[in-house]
Design a protein around this ligand. Structure first.
Ligand code: OOG
Ligand code: MG
Length: 264
């Protein structure tokens, strides 16, 4: 039967989530069928799904941190971040309307985004070394989309589901990190011209470069690294807002410009 998962079947769990994404059908959490799915195993499901994405021709272009801000951790009831993968299929060109036919129940969140100049390999990466490896900093909007009904999941479910990856859009302004004060970089999140939320870069692990260092150190544990040219989404600064059809979501950053997504 479609959607059935036996505990321990990593390949099946990965495929069921990819199928839900492709068919735009939300489903119950994996942990309903595999209650003792732990985080380490959830990451193997996530990695297997990435392998299948690459097999079908997608290209790995970076990573995204999840749950790096209090606003997001509070909603999930957890206190540590997660890591997931970005492929070229997840790029939404700036200003393009949301392809709703590819999404189940999209939500938008503003993020500070790094495009890497140098390779960054953990362990032992600090925020200072991390920032030196950055080529440009952008304001971004991530469009998250969970494969789980009503975004109801445990941390392990979310990790298996590539941290609710959907699409992301980068603002046109790319600045070198020198002279930027990213802890104080503010963002106003607007929906149809109304301010919904606001936050500063410090909301993300105290400084977005801490999130980048964390990514390098987590990848280092697996013998991987943040690679030159990669995009690193450092995590939602605020909680995510629903993107309803016809809505217009804008993230206005102090020095990183404005990113807009039209609800499609
Ligand atoms: C997980 C997605 C987390 C972020 O920036 O925190 C994420 C979720 O809340 O659905 O992308
Ligand atoms: Mg995010």
């Amino acid at each position: 039967m479609t959607g059935e998962i036996r505990p321990g079947d990593v390949g099946r769990a990965a495929q069921v989530l990819l199928d839900a994404e492709a068919s735009r059908t939300s489903r119950g959490p994996i942990t309903a069928q595999w209650p003792d799915l732990d985080l380490a195993t959830a990451y193997t499901v996530q990695f297997e799904a990435l392998r299948r994405r690459l097999d079908r021709g997608e290209r790995l272009i970076g990573v995204k941190l999840g749950l790096t801000s209090r606003a997001k951790q509070r909603r999930m009831g957890i206190d540590f971040p997660s890591l997931a993968w970005l492929t070229d299929a997840m790029v939404l060109p700036a200003g393009a309307p949301l392809p709703r036919e590819r999404l189940i129940h999209p939500r938008a969140e503003p993020e500070i985004v790094f495009v890497m100049g140098d390779r960054l390999a953990g362990p032992g990466v600090t925020s200072a070394t991390a920032l030196r490896a950055v080529a440009t900093v952008h304001g971004g909007l991530e469009i998250i989309d969970s494969r789980y009904r009503d975004f109801k999941f445990t941390m392990a479910d979310a990790v298996a589901d590539n941290s609710s990856s959907g699409l992301f859009s980068l603002g046109p302004v790319g600045r070198t990190p020198d002279g930027l004060d990213l802890a104080h970089e503010a963002c106003l999140l607007e929906v149809d011209g109304q301010v919904e939320d606001a936050a500063a870069g410090a909301a993300v692990q105290g400084h977005p470069a801490e999130a980048l260092a964390l990514a390098a150190n987590l990848l280092g544990e697996r013998g991987l690294a943040v690679e030159p040219g990669w995009v690193v989404l450092t995590g939602g600064m605020t909680d995510a807002v629903h993107v309803t059809p016809g809505a217009r979501v804008a993230a206005h950053f102090t020095t990183l410009g404005t990113v807009t997504v039209a609800g499609g």
